[in-house]
Design a protein. Structure first.
Length: 346
């Protein structure tokens, strides 16, 4: 117990005596770390400064090389010499020579030269007579112009070869072939074409009897959106016996007859000239059944898919409406037709 008491009483004095030494020992490694960290920061700043200086030197060298007036494209040269003072007023002579490029800056032509020096036009490897001969070409040969240096044109001989020709051996011109109007291949005019059609499908007589329908027609494109068509159809109506109420009471009646109908329709195409053309249609006609002819009208719509310029497929739905019965007991009929057919244009 006395040893423990001495230890406890001597502890504060010992800690007080050794405190500065321990704090100095603890601070030494941290000072070294701080010095290392500061050195890394300084090294990074120096490296960044060196990289910035190198980049600025490279950009200055590139600007000097591009500013050299060794080769000037013909378009840039003509633009620079047209108005050296930077005036906003257009040159009337240049406007007359190049009206398309001045009025519509979106149109770009290709500058070319046509050889005019006779049967043997010498093309050299550089802009001067001291350069070696790159080739000899016949009269009226045409080459694209890459650049111009003085009286020499740098021309493209092939995909991998270029050469230089003197202005006395050629004539410069603008190639406007790329500005030629080319119609959209997806659009096709069918105006003036005749249409021969055939179809088959289902026919719902008065929306109660479903039967097969067959038909066909011939039409004509008045213009791209409008066509007229005359058609003929046949179906066999068979309705099972059902209870029918009349003035004389209730009766059990069944229907089984053939029906022939013809019509004259006008069709309006919503997206003309394309491969897939939706349309709406309406017309008038007549339905012949049971020895009687009933006037009718119809309307509907569908889609035509052109497989080629001369052949197509068509599917449509059409509603035929007419009245049947005696004069004092007329009954309206609402008949729906669904068909799939083929077309031949000629």
């Amino acid at each position: 117990m006395k040893h423990c008491v001495r230890s406890s009483t001597a502890g504060p004095a010992a800690l007080a005596a050794h405190g500065p030494a321990r704090r100095a020992a603890w601070r030494a490694p941290h000072a070294v770390r701080a010095a290392v960290f500061a050195g890394l920061i300084v090294a990074a700043a120096l490296a960044n400064a060196l990289v910035g200086a190198a980049t600025a030197w490279a950009e200055a060298a590139t600007a000097d090389s591009t500013a050299a007036p060794a080769l000037v494209p013909p378009a840039a040269e003509s633009a620079a010499t047209a108005d050296p003072a930077g005036s906003a007023a257009p040159d009337p002579a240049r406007t007359a020579a190049h009206p398309a490029s001045v009025q519509n800056p979106g149109l770009h032509s290709t500058r070319k030269v046509r050889l005019t020096g006779g049967a043997h036009n010498v093309v050299r490897s550089g802009p001067g007579g001291a350069y070696s001969i790159a080739g000899v070409y016949n009269d009226k040969a045409v080459f694209p112009v890459i650049a111009k240096s003085g009286d020499w044109y740098n021309i493209r001989l092939s995909d991998t070869e270029t050469g230089w020709v003197h202005s006395s051996l050629c004539r410069e011109f603008d190639d406007l072939s790329d500005l030629e109007f080319r119609p959209n291949p997806k659009l096709y005019s069918r105006t003036g074409s005749f249409i021969l059609s055939g179809h088959a499908g289902g026919y719902a007589f008065d929306r109660k009897s479903n039967s097969l329908v067959l038909g066909g027609g011939i039409g004509y494109y008045v213009f791209d959106r409008l066509q007229v068509e005359g058609g003929l159809g046949w179906t066999h109506v068979h309705r099972p016996a059902e209870i029918v109420e009349s003035l004389f009471g209730l009766s059990l009646e069944a229907e089984d007859f053939h029906m022939l109908f013809y019509h004259l329709n006008a069709t309006w195409e919503l997206m003309p000239g394309r491969q897939m053309v939706p349309y709406v249609s309406a017309g008038v006609g007549s339905a012949i059944m049971r020895g009687e002819s009933e006037p009718s009208f119809n309307f509907g719509g569908g889609t035509t898919l052109y497989l080629s310029k001369r052949s197509a497929m068509r599917w449509e739905v059409r509603d035929y409406r007419f009245s049947t019965g005696s004069a004092d007991a007329r009954r309206p009929n609402n008949n729906i037709e669904f068909t799939l057919g083929s077309l031949l244009l000629f």
